[in-house]
Design a protein around this ligand. Structure first.
Ligand code: AMP
Length: 474
C-alpha cells in the first residue's frame, strides 16, 4: 500500500477529532500530515517543511488538539506571523476539535486589548497568536505561559523575515515545562535551522530533499513588457479569467496596491486592494468575500497576502517582481492549492529582468517568456489599450537603436545621416552613432524623435529601396 493511501481512520485518533474530521469529509491525510502527525503524536519535536495549502495546519493541529484537555488553562501556543494566519489557524483548530470542549483563543494586535483580556480570563486551552500581542498579554498578566507544554511556530521563515525572532525567543523562555515543539516553514534559511537547533530537542525533520523549497507545480509564465504596458497585459489576463477563477495580483508597495486598485477600477475591472494599512476588520471582510467567491481579484503586498488561504485562487500575477527570491515561491504558492490547477504570470520590465533571472536560478525553475495571452473569443477590444512604450528600448543616454536595411553599397554613414536629417527635418543632434554593415545599418535616434523618424523612414525610399526600420532590443 502506498503511504498516500493511508486513511485518517487508521490512526485511532481521539474520538472528537476523528468525528470532526470525518464530518468535514476528510478521508486521506496530505503528505505533510502523513509524515508529521505520527511522529508528533509520539511526542517528538518536529521540523516540517510545508507551504500554505499543503495541509500544514492540521499537521500540527491534530497532535496539539489530541494532547490538550479542556482545563481552561493554556497548554499549547501556536505563533503565527500575521493576524490573518492566526485567525485561519484558529478557525481550523476550532472545527477540528469538534466536541472535545477545548477553547481556542486568538491573541493578535490591532484589536481591542481589553476584550481579548476578558476572553483569555474566561479560560482557554490553546492560544493562537502573533508574537507582539502574546508578549503584551503575558506582560500584562492576562496570559500565563508557564503551563504551556506544546509550542508551535507556524511559517517560521516569515517570522524571521518580519523580525519576530527576538520576540519568539522571549516567549520561548517563558515556557519552563514545554514538552514538545513543532516548527513549520516553507523555506529553511540558516537562521531558521539555527532556531530549530536552539528551540528543539532532537527533532524529526520532515522535509523534501536538500532542504529545497517546495515549489508548487503550477504553470509559470513571464511576459516581457515595459512598465507602462503592464496594465495592458493584466487586462488581457483578466479578460481570460473564467467564472470560477480568482486572481491575486502582487505589487511591492502599498502605494502601488492603491494605484492598481484604482486604475483597474477605472478600466471597469473590479479589484480589491489589501495591504497592512487596512483595518483588521476590513481585511477579514476581504478574506471572507474571497472565500465566498464574491471577490474575484485582489491586489496585495507580500505581507498582506501572507494570511490569504483561499483554495479558489487560480491566477497569481507578479505585477512587480519581488525583491527576494523566496517571496516568489510564497506568492505562487497561493494558487494551485490542494491540487487545483493554477497559473502564475510575471510581468517583467527591464528593471525586473535581474530579479526573474535570480528567481529562476535559485529555484532551478523554467519560467518561459511568452506573449501576452490573446483576447478571448468574442472580445474585440482590449480592456486597456496598449501604448507606445519606448522605455524598454531606450539606452541611458535616451537613444533608441534602429536597424535599417540598405540595398545600396554606395550609402555611407555620412550620406545616411544627411538623408535622415533632411527627410525628417530633425536636428543632427537627434541622431547618435551609426554603424554600417553590408546589408544593414544601425542608427541611434533620440527617443523623443524616434517614433516620428521611423514613420518618415517607413514612408520614403532611399536609392529606390525601402529601409524597413526595426527597433532593436537593448
Ligand atoms: P493549510 O496548508 O493548512 O492552509 O491547508 C490548506 C487547505 O486544505 C485548508 O483549506 C484545509 O482545510 C484543507 N485540508 C488540509 N488537510 C486536508 C485533508 N487531509 N483533506 C482535505 N482537505 C484538507
Amino acid at each position: 500500500m502506498s503511504p498516500a493511501a493511508k486513511a485518517f481512520t487508521d490512526w485511532g485518533l481521539d474520538s472528537a477529532l476523528a468525528e470532526a474530521i470525518s464530518s468535514k469529509g476528510w478521508t486521506t491525510p496530505t503528505e505533510i500530515q502523513l509524515e508529521a502527525i505520527p511522529v508528533a503524536r509520539e511526542g517528538r519535536d518536529v521540523v516540517g517543511q510545508a507551504r500554505t495549502g499543503s495541509g500544514k495546519t492540521a499537521a500540527f493541529g491534530i497532535p496539539i488538539i489530541e494532547a490538550a484537555s479542556a482545563s481552561g488553562k493554556p497548554q499549547a501556543i501556536i505563533l503565527c506571523p500575521t493576524r490573518e494566519l492566526a485567525v485561519q489557524v484558529a478557525e481550523e483548530l476550532s472545527w477540528l476539535q469538534g466536541e472535545s470542549g477545548l477553547s481556542i483563543q486568538t491573541v493578535y494586535g490591532g484589536t481591542d486589548i481589553d476584550k481579548q483580556a476578558t476572553e483569555l480570563q474566561s479560560g482557554s486551552d490553546i492560544i493562537v497568536g502573533t508574537p507582539g500581542r502574546v508578549i503584551d498579554m503575558s506582560k500584562r498578566g492576562h496570559l500565563n505561559l508557564s503551563d504551556i507544554s506544546h509550542f508551535c511556530l507556524d511559517e517560521a521563515d516569515r517570522m524571521l523575515d518580519m523580525g519576530f525572532f527576538p520576540d519568539v525567543l522571549w516567549i520561548f523562555e517563558q515556557m519552563p515545562v514545554r514538552e514538545q515543539t513543532l516548527l513549520f516553514s516553507a523555506t529553511f534559511p540558516q537562521e531558521v535551522l539555527d532556531a530549530a537547533e536552539e528551540f528543539m530537542n532532537d527533532p524529526v525533520y520532515v522535509m523534501s530533499d536538500d532542504l529545497e523549497v517546495e515549489v508548487p507545480e503550477i504553470d509559470q509564465f513571464a511576459v516581457r513588457i515595459g512598465r507602462s504596458n503592464k496594465l495592458w497585459v493584466l487586462g488581457r489576463l483578466i479578460a481570460n479569467m473564467g467564472d470560477d477563477d480568482q486572481m491575486l495580483i502582487f505589487t511591492n508597495t502599498k502605494r502601488m496596491v492603491e494605484i492598481l486598485e484604482d486604475r483597474l477600477g477605472k478600466f471597469g475591472m473590479k479589484a480589491t486592494g489589501m495591504h497592512g494599512d487596512k483595518t483588521q476588520n476590513r481585511r477579514e471582510k476581504i478574506l471572507e468575500s474571497l472565500k465566498e467567491g464574491k471577490t474575484k481579484i485582489v491586489v496585495a503586498t507580500d505581507v498582506a497576502a501572507r494570511g490569504i488561504d483561499v483554495d479558489g485562487i487560480t491566477y497569481v500575477v507578479n505585477y512587480d517582481l519581488p525583491d527576494d527570491t523566496e517571496s516568489y515561491v510564497h506568492r505562487i504558492g497561493r494558487t494551485g492549492r490542494m491540487g487545483r490547477s493554477g497559473q502564475a504570470w510575471s510581468l517583467v520590465s527591464k528593471e525586473d529582468l535581474g530579479a526573474l533571472d535570480k528567481i529562476a536560478n535559485t529555484w532551478n525553475l523554467d519560467i518561459p517568456y511568452v506573449e501576452a495571452p490573446e483576447l478571448p473569443d468574442g472580445m474585440e477590444r482590449d480592456p486597456v489599450r496598449k501604448r507606445d512604450d519606448w522605455s524598454e528600448v531606450t539606452d541611458p543616454f535616451g537613444m533608441v537603436s534602429v536597424s535599417l536595411g540598405i540595398g545600396s553599397a554606395t550609402i555611407t554613414k555620412r550620406s545616411l545621416a544627411d538623408w535622415i536629417v533632411s527627410q525628417a527635418r530633425i536636428p543632427e543632434i537627434a541622431l547618435g552613432e551609426i554603424e554600417m554593415e553590408t546589408t544593414s545599418a544601425t542608427v541611434q535616434i533620440h527617443v523623443e524623435k524616434a517614433s516620428y523618424v521611423i514613420d518618415v523612414i517607413n514612408k520614403r525610399k532611399l536609392d529606390g529601396n525601402s529601409l524597413n526600420p526595426t527597433i532593436l532590443e537593448l
